[in-house]
Design a protein around this ligand. Structure first.
Ligand code: MV4
Length: 507
């Protein structure tokens, strides 16, 4: 096993990796941008190396700076986390060429799965059922209309270099194609430097279900069941759970088998996720994510397997040492992402300094967080600050547990996405498992939900009344002092209640 690894990431995932490494007796090397000099991953690692620069493009994304830090620190391996360089095949190759171990899949597997056309070709050859569509790019809108006639409308026009939702256009009739082609290809060029597009049949209102897989370097592989990730907005997931309410044991076995087939076809090693669109009892390969995913904890909670530990063991050449029959899914786990966003105003980013902070706890609650009091939340980095994960013996109990945990959570100084998650948990359709990838977008989240939001709305209403009273009294010679004093007393009793409720002063 490695004695020292470098973690080429920040935020909650850097801490997540660091914690398992410590438990395994492995020393950790953190890297950081100037913006992150006070971050927890810097403080908690055995060693921390400054990359320089404030922005990701000046720090976490600069391959040579990371490699240099690895050499200087004496690290034997690099864990990329997710995002940044995690799915950069050229970087993975450079790491191994530098004589270091790459804690991730072989560069070739990253490369094949990173392109929708090469991955669809590889999956087709492996006998994996794909979302119906093309395995070559279309040259222009005319070509696309021809292909769409064969597939049948509606069609999805997708970027070959894409993934995760960028550069997708739904085309419902031929007259829409020219415009969709122009915008999609423009978006693909600016996002990926590659404008190639291809077509799939568009599945209306699918569920997004993905299978966690784990491969060692000796040809052994297991799947760890599915995660349901349909509660998302604009391809940003908000709530994930395992198992999915629509997957029974037979379907799980079938999806698991197909997911392993997909991995074997690209000689996969390490942890990976095979994404499917699920519609009307059928599932179709969408893409494979060649990294540890944000939502991996729900799988850990139901299987009892530490995925980072398995990644480290596999990267060090150890065999899995267990088979599919040893994998057991028990209970139900849910994860909610805590993003710095104002969900009452269209999920716009929220920035500021974290003031009061109270994290949930208690039975069956896990917190993966990089939050600390005084932390600056800016615009340059990912807005995800924490994840609340719960486990219970069944789904209903897990939903109630998550609701309870989110009500305990208090972060002041920035707006967070928890109220939107609470709104979802309170929906009867969600509780019944009756939802798809459009569910979150269909909810009206504009009204305030949590206690803090209700308080802010109440105070705002008082000020609106003040302004109205000022207007009404203007020029009358009267004052509203008596009334103002009464309402001030009311406001101050509200804020005292808020301080009590938010546990002001906790750190
Ligand atoms: C689709 C689709 C329906 N039909 N492809 C969006 C993210 C990217 N990974 C693929 N996406 C979709 N592709 C076909 N042929 C619907 C989506 C989609 C979606 C997929 C997964 C999770 C959330 C989604 C939300 C909207 C659309």
């Amino acid at each position: 096993m490695f004695e020292r690894i470098l973690i080429a990431n920040r935020g909650e995932i850097a801490l997540r990796i660091l914690r398992t490494a410590r438990e395994m007796g492995i020393e950790t090397v953190a890297v950081y941008s100037d913006f992150d000099k006070r971050a927890l991953h810097v403080r908690m690692a055995h060693q921390a190396i400054a990359l320089g620069g404030e922005l990701p493009s000046e720090s976490y994304l600069v391959a040579d700076k990371i490699l240099d830090a690895a050499k200087r620190s004496g690290a034997q391996a690099i864990h990329p986390g997710y995002g940044f360089l995690a799915e950069n095949a050229a970087f993975a190759a450079k790491v191994t060429e530098a004589g270091l171990a790459w804690i991730g899949p072989p560069p070739k597997a990253i490369e094949v799965m990173g392109d929708k056309i090469t991955s669809r070709l590889a999956m087709q050859e492996a006998g994996v059922s794909l979302v119906p569509g093309m395995t070559e790019s279309v040259s222009d809108a005319k070509d696309a209309v021809k292909a769409a006639e064969q597939l049948g409308y509606p069609v999805a026009l997708k970027a070959a270099a894409g993934g995760g939702g960028k550069g997708i256009r739904v085309v419902r009739k031929p007259s829409e194609m020219a415009m969709a082609f122009r915008t999609a290809s423009g978006e693909a060029v600016s996002a990926f430097g590659d404008g190639r597009l291809y077509l799939e049949r568009y599945l209306d209102r699918p569920r997004h279900i993905e299978v966690q897989v784990l491969f060692d370097a000796h040809g052994n592989a297991v799947h760890l069941g599915e995660r349901e990730c349909s509660i998302q907005r604009r391809h940003q997931k908000l709530i994930e759970e395992s198992p999915s309410v629509v997957i029974d044991e037979a379907m799980r076995e079938e999806m698991g088998r197909v997911a392993l087939q997909a991995g074997h076809a690209v000689n996969y090693e390490g942890a990976g996720t095979v994404e499917f669109l699920w519609s009307g009892g059928e599932f179709f390969f969408l893409e494979m994510n060649t990294r540890l995913q944000v939502e991996h904890p729900v799988t850990e909670m139901v299987t009892g397997i530490d995925l980072v530990r398995e990644q480290l063991r596999v990267a060090a050449g150890e065999p899995l040492g267990y088979g599919q029959d040893d994998i057991e899914m028990r209970g139900h786990a849910i994860e909610v992402r805590i993003n710095a966003e104002d969900t009452t105003a269209g999920f716009v980013p929220s920035i500021g300094t974290v003031k009061n902070l109270r994290m949930p706890g208690g039975t069956g609650v896990r917190i993966d967080s990089c939050l600390y009091r005084g932390m600056e939340v800016g615009m340059a980095y990912d807005p995800m600050l924490a994840k609340v994960i719960v486990k219970a013996h069944d789904r209903q109990t897990a939903i109630r547990r998550m609701h309870r945990a989110l009500e305990e959570l208090n972060v002041s100084g920035v707006r967070i996405s928890a109220p939107a998650a609470i709104a979802v948990l309170e929906e009867e359709a969600f509780q019944k498992g009756d939802f798809d990838t459009h569910f979150l977008e269909s909810l009206d989240l504009s009204k305030p939900r949590g206690k803090e939001e209700q308080l802010a709305a109440a105070v705002a209403a008082i000020y609106r009344r003040h302004r109205a009273a000022d207007k009404a009294l203007a020029g009358s010679g009267e004052t509203r002092r008596g009334w103002r004093e009464r309402s001030r007393a009311m406001t101050s009793s509200y804020s005292q209640a808020a301080t009590r409720k938010s546990g002001g002063g906790e750190g």
